[in-house]
Design a protein around this ligand. Structure first.
Ligand SMILES: Cc1ncc(COP(=O)(O)O)c(C=O)c1O
Length: 447
């Protein structure tokens, strides 16, 4: 990816210690990072510490953080109430491999938010949540195939790492997206257990479901495709899928790892008023602690008592469940949502105004705390639109330009969105927009 000359050199000059440390890190961990997405050219900045809405790197640069740990930080960094609760738990034990009351407390808080969840199990990540939800969906329906949406991301277990970021030229027919395995080391045979469907095309989904009606037991969707920007469903699409799942005997899974507790207290299920059979969660339910959960209809969840495996040493440990209960009960309150939603609207409107004033072609997609700017006038309604209309290089230059202004606008990639945390304030939105105003003329010139 080409970074415009002085943008790259400015970044490199500001991050000389990061560069050295990153070279050292690569001797110890592959690509110098703990998750491969975190490696990018010329080198990522290396973190010293985080506090509130700020990230401090080891060169002393400070960034206002709208990445918020890939959306895991709706409460912001080091939220004092969450930190205090977790500190107290440290003295009472951090891991029990026997039952304890926090399981019920945390589950109760989630059940208040999601009608769809009669029963809940806790995990340690989004990956584990989707893996288990898919397993029990198969166990319940007795049908082995998974239906997955082209371009959606659901973590890193084998069955979902198919057709997540299919390159142009390998897409196949729009009605029949090709199955493309995303990683070396995943057996080819896995693709035989998965079918890929287009997003926002109900007829397309139905055709595939009908054709494989005796095989497809689970449909997993990101109810807003958050790994393709903030790609919302058409009106009635999610409800349409609900009806198709009922008709064809398919368990309907909402992967709310990114949308859960962020687009509304009860996630996308509440936002769109649609009731899936199963919901998967992680990220912001834990206030920056590593946790996941899956839950759903009682008869499906009871398959866990009847042969469908869900085990794990760290599942539901009291340390993270203390965080979950505190986040859900005491921190993400009604007024916190009001605050975040207002800021989201202001940020989106500010971007639109600056683009209009400076002649940049683009539009903002915004759902409460989540938003993204696409530098195109074309609609982005699915993965193929994204591939066709988004210029990743232009976006990358916007991203570096913002970084050089001290604003981390979102995780590193044109497909990713900002998260506004409850610790952001009006002044952070103003500073974000001020930074964009500073870089906009340059972007307008190059577009
Ligand atoms: C929608 C969705 N599902 C699942 C996952 C995987 O979660 P984790 O990284 O906690 O394994 C992610 C991660 O970004 C995600 O965005």
């Amino acid at each position: 990816m080409m970074i415009w000359d002085n943008l790259e050199s400015e970044y490199v000059d500001r991050t000389t210690t990061s560069k050295e440390r990153y070279e050292e890190l690569q001797k110890h961990v592959p690509a110098g990072v703990a998750s491969t997405y975190r490696a990018w050219d010329p080198h990522p900045f290396v973190i010293d510490r985080a506090e509130g809405v700020y990230l401090h790197d080891i060169d002393g640069n400070v960034y206002i953080d709208f990445d918020m740990n890939n959306g895991a930080g709706m409460v912001g960094h080091t939220h004092p109430v969450v930190t205090e609760a977790v500190k107290n738990q440290l003295d009472d034990g951090t891991l029990f491999t026997h039952p304890h009351d926090l399981l019920a407390e945390a589950a109760t808080e989630l059940k208040k938010r999601w009608d769809a969840m009669d029963l809940i199990r806790f995990t340690n990540s989004g990956t584990e949540s989707t893996m288990h939800a898919i397993r029990i969906a198969r166990a319940y329906t007795g049908k082995n195939k998974l239906l997955k949406i082209e371009g959606s991301y659901h973590g890193v277990h084998d069955a979902v790492l198919i057709s997540k970021s299919t390159p142009e030229g390998k897409l196949g027919h729009p009605d029949r997206p090709a199955k493309v395995i995303e990683s070396e080391g995943i057996p080819e045979e896995i693709a035989e257990t998965v079918e890929i469907a287009p997003w926002n095309d109900l007829d397309g989904v139905e055709t595939i479901m009908r054709e494989h009606m005796n095989e497809i037991g689970a449909l997993i969707v990101e109810p807003i495709v958050m790994n393709v920007g903030v790609t919302q469903p058409y009106q009635e699409f999610l409800q349409g899928l609900r009806e198709l799942c009922d008709e064809y005997g398919v368990a309907y899974i909402f992967d709310e790892v990114k949308t859960g507790v962020k687009v509304a207290p009860g996630g996308a299920a509440e936002y769109y008023g649609v009731k899936p059979d199963l919901v998967t969660l992680a990220k912001s339910i834990g206030g920056n602690f590593p946790v996941g959960a899956f839950g759903g209809r009682e008869e499906i969840m009871r398959t866990i008592e009847d042969g469908a495996a869900h085990y794990g040493t760290y599942n539901g440990n009291p340390l993270v469940l203390r965080a979950v209960t505190t986040v859900l009960r005491d921190v993400l309150t009604e007024s916190a949502y009001q605050h975040v939603n207002d800021l989201g609207e202001k940020l989106a409107a500010g971007y639109e105004d600056i683009m209009a004033d400076t002649g940049i072609t683009g539009h903002v997609k915004n759902v409460n705390s989540q938003g993204i700017v696409h530098f195109t006038d074309e609609r982005i309604d699915n993965y193929r639109d994204y591939l066709e209309h988004i210029d990743p290089e232009f976006h990358e230059n916007y991203w570096f330009a913002m970084l050089n202004q001290g604003v981390l606008p979102h995780p590193h990639h044109a497909s990713q969105q900002w998260t506004i945390s409850i610790q952001h304030e009006e002044k952070h939105i103003s500073e974000h927009l001020e930074a964009f105003k500073n870089v906009a003329p340059r972007l307008a010139e190059r577009q």
